[in-house]
Design a protein around this ligand. Structure first.
Ligand code: SF4
Length: 370
């Protein structure tokens, strides 16, 4: 049987997405690049995104992409048109069975197409009066790849190889996953792995995600813990495997990201703390839902919490965590304009090795949605 691509969007949806700045790349058009607001701002000398502030990421050198516009969840806060691009997993179906029907581009095709598209997008800034020559040259040589645009990257069957391909191109990789494929997370080693945890319990998870993968998300929390060099000694006790926490063994930094939706999931901070304690991530980002894209059809504007509400909720999570674990999590940074708070375990250096620091200003990246 000939493989087919399950792109079922119509021409109008495609045009709308393109108008929103999505650039589909590759032969089979399951991957996309979108230059984020902060890439443009950085090139105009107007600041950099909160990942610059938190981790030293250079916004003008960051490619925001996805290898899979498809997703297996239907989150209320998603910026995609979830009526389209969705993969419907049946109970017991293996990931390989689901993705076998799709014709995929190879990892090198995806990586090269994304980098080329990014350079094409940046090339318009040549000679722009507020873009210095140095800035432009740097932007033409991307250094970071955020595999986080939309869709679920673990549905791309060659995610591990794609990450390796970007690393070969001397880029760091930030992967954001919904946690529905823990077996894939075990195999990949990005620079930083984000797990979206958008509910304190199964009931709220189902309401938000329109899916039924809670058990898998719990397993993904365990995978994060393993990647951090921790193991479970007893049902109550998680211990650190000291011998595996050396610099070389810890190649993947781990982050739990909570997207706060006012009136939906900003409840039970102690339950979030329990789940975070299962994963023992290096960092936790507590971030406001942003009222953007197709999510505006599903949620009202007041679902977007203020920074003060997000911070107060983050503080409650930290209080609950501090009562539980040996590792004392604490709030170490925030970006008011992005409505995001950074919680750190203190066990990992915040700034990426080789990342630029200095002139770190308060700024936002509203493009990273999950
Ligand atoms: S928010 Fe992420 S996980 Fe949820 S439907 Fe959208 S792409 Fe999928």
């Amino acid at each position: 049987m000939e493989r087919r691509v399950l792109l079922n969007y119509d021409a109008e949806t495609m045009r709308t997405l393109e108008k929103q700045g999505y650039h589909f790349v590759g032969k089979h058009r399951h991957s996309a690049v979108k230059s984020c607001l902060w890439l443009k701002k950085a090139l105009r000398g107007e600041g950099r995104c909160y990942k610059g502030k938190f981790y030293g990421i250079a916004s003008h050198r960051c490619v925001q992409m996805t290898p899979s516009i498809f997703c297996n969840q239907r989150c209320v806060h998603c910026w995609r048109p979830i009526e389209f691009f969705n993969i419907h997993e049946r109970a017991g179906e293996k990931l390989e069975e689901i993705t076998a029907e799709i014709a995929w581009d190879s990892p090198s095709e995806v990586a090269n197409a994304c980098i080329e598209e990014q350079k094409r997008l940046v090339s318009g800034y040549k000679g722009f009066k507020r873009t210095t020559e140095k800035m432009f040259e740097e932007a033409m040589s991307p250094k970071h790849v955020a595999i986080s645009l939309v869709g679920e990257p673990t549905l791309y069957p060659y995610l591990r190889e794609l990450i390796e391909e970007f690393h070969r191109l001397r880029c760091t990789t930030f992967v954001v996953t919904n946690g529905t494929h823990p077996e894939v997370l075990r195999r990949i080693n990005p620079t930083q792995l984000y797990l979206s945890l958008n509910a304190p319990n199964e009931e709220i998870y189902k309401k938000i995600s329109g899916a039924n993968f809670w058990e898998r998300i719990l397993e993904s929390l365990e995978v994060l813990r393993e990647k951090g060099g921790f193991e479970r000694e007893t049902a109550e006790k998680i211990v650190r495997k000291e011998e595996e926490v050396g610099e070389d063994a810890r190649r993947t930094r781990t982050v739990v990201r909570i997207t706060c939706i006012n009136g939906l999931n900003m409840v039970h901070p102690e339950k979030y703390a329990e789940l975070i304690a299962e994963a023992m991530p290096d960092f936790v980002e507590v971030k406001a839902y942003m009222h953007l894209g197709f999510s505006r059809k599903r949620l009202k504007r007041d679902a977007m919490p203020s920074h003060a509400l997000v911070k107060a909720f983050a503080e409650k999570i930290v209080d609950a965590l501090r009562q539980k674990e040996e590792i004392k999590y604490k709030i170490v940074d925030e970006s008011e304009i992005s409505r995001v708070v950074l919680i750190s375990s203190g066990k990992e250096e915040r700034f990426l090795r080789g990342a630029e620091q200095g002139d770190l200003i308060n700024s936002t990246s509203i493009e990273h949605h999950k």
